[in-house]
Design a protein around this ligand. Structure first.
Ligand code: NAD
Length: 505
């Protein structure tokens, strides 16, 4: 087999990325599969970032005038190009982010889905008409393009999260400046190249519609602090959001924050355990526990605790951990050394506070001293400690027991994050309570399926420390536009609202 570096270079070439774009520069990109360096990219400095934002602002001034269905045509063409490159781009996601092949391809499918959705949406950017209290007056609202949208994305969805934002922003008449994760910039180069093919077929897309800034935190800050950037959609840890949110607020920019999660599943006594088992396995081990929606806490009724745990441990034991390019692998590598250290220290802390750990050991360290493969861990906890309330971005599932439904609900909601949630029950009262106002406090609430693996048709995002942002479907598009409320007087008098009189002679 080729080295990962050679394979990545071959994929990038097929995707139209010139070699000089990823072979010179200070930013080293490592594949989590072997730890080897697969690219070196130049970091965008302040001056270049400013120029790109200027170019994006210029492009916005012409793009906003293009009729939305025509803008949708560009996004439709982008979906066509993505379909043609699905396997190649999906494999690059595997090499750079370590996802198993079907998840890499699934990520590209998600890009195609959002583009298809956005193309249809381009004919439905509708506002309301509103009854006026004044005679011969009409009220309406119109949605206008917002401006330059900055997108800051995380390593674990190196292309899909950007596409969620970009597809909507583009049909809404905005332009996009993207700062991908410093851990996965090669996927970003590839996505841009695919987009440029679509733009060339489209014909009259302005230069600067989509630009790319390469680098880490500091590069992201160029977007956060620049007054020409009207909105910033930032996906990543809650720590990142804590830094970004006040800076955006200080200049009254729009913020779409998609931050950390600490997602739970409640397994009730009536649950279909076969179904729950499959959902738990995918939710907690899939993407090596490195999804924002990964299942991290399992709250299990005491009557089914022992049978469920026995079967769950067997499933964990049989799951193949290893090279994500092999078709039987279910759990690929962690993204890097820091992720492994975080997992290790969380497991040590859990043991010290009475947790019973199964799994969690590093494997294949001799074979790949610079790559981090771990057996997914189950940790049976006596209580929901502060450790359990923190997000550890690794395949680490805390399991806790409950006796009364109220206790399970309370435990479920007593963490700072509020992204995704699930309940496994055949009892309609429990299911409906979980979905009700006094139930789960998360942005995503599922019944009889796990918390991860959302479809693009619904609004995606969460509450509390998850940041409150919403992306993808439903009415999320409104975050990428500005609303104008207009009143037209088609009469000859000037009645004032609320009966106010102001007679001048
Ligand atoms: P991270 O916070 O380390 O980095 C995310 C992005 O933010 C990167 O591009 C990084 O360069 C940038 N960044 C970091 N600090 C910044 C700052 N102060 N100003 C501007 N930019 C900054 O996250 P990560 O390790 O790449 O991803 C994992 C985290 O992301 C997890 O917490 C996960 O839950 C979260 N996540 C959330 C969602 C969601 O939709 N809620 C989706 C994916 C990942």
């Amino acid at each position: 087999m080729d080295s990962v570096r050679q394979e990545a270079a071959g994929l990038l070439e097929r995707l139209g990325v010139p070699g000089e774009a990823f072979t010179k520069g200070d930013l080293e990109v490592r594949s989590p599969i072997t730890g080897e360096v697969i690219g070196c990219l130049p970091v965008t400095d302040a001056e270049a970032a400013s120029q790109q934002i200027e170019e994006s602002s210029r492009a916005f001034r012409s793009w906003r005038k293009v009729p939305p269905p025509r803008r949708g045509e560009l996004v439709r063409l982008f979906a066509d190009e993505l379909r043609a490159q699905k396997e190649t781009l999906g494999r690059l996601v595997t090499l750079e982010a370590g996802k198993i092949l079907s998840e890499g391809a699934g990520e590209v499918q998600e890009m195609i889905d959002i583009c298809t959705y956005a193309a249809g949406l381009s004919r439905q950017l509708y506002g309301l008409t509103i009854a006026s209290e004044r005679p011969d007056h009409r009220m309406m609202e119109t949605w206008h393009p917002l401006g330059v949208v900055g997108v800051i994305s995380a390593f674990n969805f190196p292309v899909a999260v950007w596409a969620w934002n970009a597809a909507l922003a583009l049909v809404c008449g905005d332009t996009v400046v993207w700062k991908p994760s410093e851990k996965t910039p090669l996927c970003a180069l590839a996505a841009r190249s695919i987009f440029e093919r679509a733009a060339a077929k489209f014909g009259d897309a302005p230069k600067g519609l989509l630009t790319l800034l390469i680098g880490g935190r500091q590069t992201g800050e160029f977007l956060v602090d620049d007054p020409r950037v009207a909105a910033v959609s930032a996906t990543g840890s809650t720590a990142m959001g804590r830094s970004v949110a006040p800076r955006l607020a200080a200049r009254f920019a729009r913020a779409i924050l998609e931050l950390g999660g600490n997602n739970a599943g409640i397994v009730c006594s009536t649950a279909d355990l076969d179904l729950a088992l499959r959902a738990i396995a995918f939710g907690a081990m899939g993407t090596a526990g490195q999804r924002c929606t990964s299942l991290r806490r399992l709250i299990v009724h005491e009557d089914v605790y022992d049978p469920l745990l026995t079967r769950l441990k067997a499933v964990y034991q049989s799951a193949r951990v290893g090279d994500p390019r092999h078709s039987e692998t279910l759990v690929g590598p962690l993204i890097g050394a820091a992720a492994f250290e975080n997992m290790k220290s969380a497991l040590a802390e859990a043991s010290a506070s009475g947790g019973l750990v199964t799994g969690g050991k590093r494997i294949d360290a001799d074979l790949h001293p610079e790559a981090y493969y771990v057996r997914p861990a189950i940790v049976e906890m006596p209580a929901q400690t502060d450790l359990v309330k923190r997000e550890t971005f690794a395949p680490l599932l805390y399991v806790m027991k409950y006796a009364h439904f109220e206790d399970a609900l309370r435990m479920h909601n007593s963490v700072p994050q509020g992204l995704s949630s699930s309940i496994f029950t055949l009892n309609v009262q429990e299911a409906e309570r979980f979905l009700s106002a006094e139930g789960s406090d998360c942005g995503i609430v599922n019944v009889n399926l796990g918390p991860s693996g959302a479809e693009i048709g619904g609004a995606f995002g969460g509450e509390k420390e998850t940041g409150g942002g919403r992306e993808a479907g439903s009415d999320s598009w409104k975050s990428y536009m500005r609303r104008a409320t207009s009143t037209v007087n088609y009469g000859t008098t000037l009645p004032l609202a609320q009966g106010v009189r102001f007679d001048v002679s």
